[in-house]
Write a protein that binds this ligand. Structure first.
Ligand SMILES: C[S@@+](CC[C@H](N)C(=O)[O-])C[C@H]1O[C@@H](n2cnc3c(N)ncnc32)[C@H](O)[C@@H]1O
Length: 249
């Protein structure tokens, strides 16, 4: 894809690659009960792994951290090493579309802001196969927060993510796909602004200077600027929902 290298340059400079925060990761994890002493966890689309490291801290688990972009995995393992957690995390450079693990393997599957690359429904199906019976799936997914979002929001998501629905529709899908919903909550605005967009704004002004005259690069950065403005204007109408669910037989 044209311009991918500029996208990666931007995202490699950010602490995380999507909205989220450690408190929400812990909150989601704490809704899960009855785990083995050392649960086996798959983190799909782990990116630079802020949530992977937090999970390693709270779970005492062994975490297979999967992403298809090696620099993110390198960044994750650097942090894990600094925190004395490298033995708990196994980096895996693999596409989530080509996961070849045995069925019934994992106690928990985690995915913050990434399962949509498989399509939410398809992602639920695949995770259900890979989870042990009674295993847990925790995932954040973009949703409408109101029944009737304004027209510009609907038009935006028709272009960007036509699979978006409201929370109740997602919960219906979760049940249809053989899971029991344990809990769900909306990520706070601070997990968009403080953890994600503020660092991005800073990096964008640096990159805009660095790439002056490079139209391809500037167009990409402009799109990201537009995404930030759009969120600030319409954040009452859409957001990320954390869904924590359990595989049922
Ligand atoms: C929005 S980021 C979220 C990263 C991280 N979970 C976080 O919250 O910071 C999505 C991640 O999915 C990864 N990704 C995209 N397509 C993928 C694929 N087909 N297989 C594995 N990872 C993929 C990207 O490299 C990126 O790290």
């Amino acid at each position: 894809m044209e311009g991918t290298e500029y996208m990666y340059e931007l995202f490699e400079a950010l602490p995380r690659c999507g909205p989220g925060d450690n408190e929400s990761t812990r909150r989601a994890f704490n809704t899960i009960t009855k785990l083995p002493k050392q649960p086996f966890i798959l983190d799909i689309g782990c990116g630079p792994g802020v949530q992977t490291v937090e999970l390693a801290k709270v779970s005492n688990g062994k975490i297979l951290a999967l992403d298809n972009h090696q620099p993110f995995l390198d960044k994750l393992m650097k942090t894990a090493g600094d925190e004395g957690l490298a033995d708990n995390i196994i980096p895996k450079n693999m596409s989530m579309l080509a996961m070849d693990f045995d069925e019934n393997t994992f106690d928990i599957i985690w995915s913050e802001g990434a399962l949509y690359f498989m399509g939410f429904k398809n992602g639920l199906k695949r995770c259900r196969q890979l989870l042990k019976n009674g295993g847990y799936l925790a995932v954040t997914e973009i949703v409408y927060l109101v029944p009737d979002p304004p027209a510009p929001v609907i038009q935006y998501f028709e272009r960007e993510y036509p699979d978006i629905t409201d929370v109740n529709d997602k919960i219906g899908l979760i049940r249809d796909e053989g899971f029991k919903l344990i809990s769900d909550f909306t990520l706070p605005e601070s997990s968009w602004i403080d953890s994600y967009y503020l660092p991005m704004e800073k990096e964008l002004s640096h990159l805009n200077e660095k790439y002056q005259g490079n139209e391809a690069a500037l167009a990409i950065f402009d799109e990201m600027r537009h995404e930030i403005d759009f969120y600030k204007k319409y954040s009452d109408f859409f957001g990320y929902e954390f869904f924590i669910m359990q595989k049922i037989n």
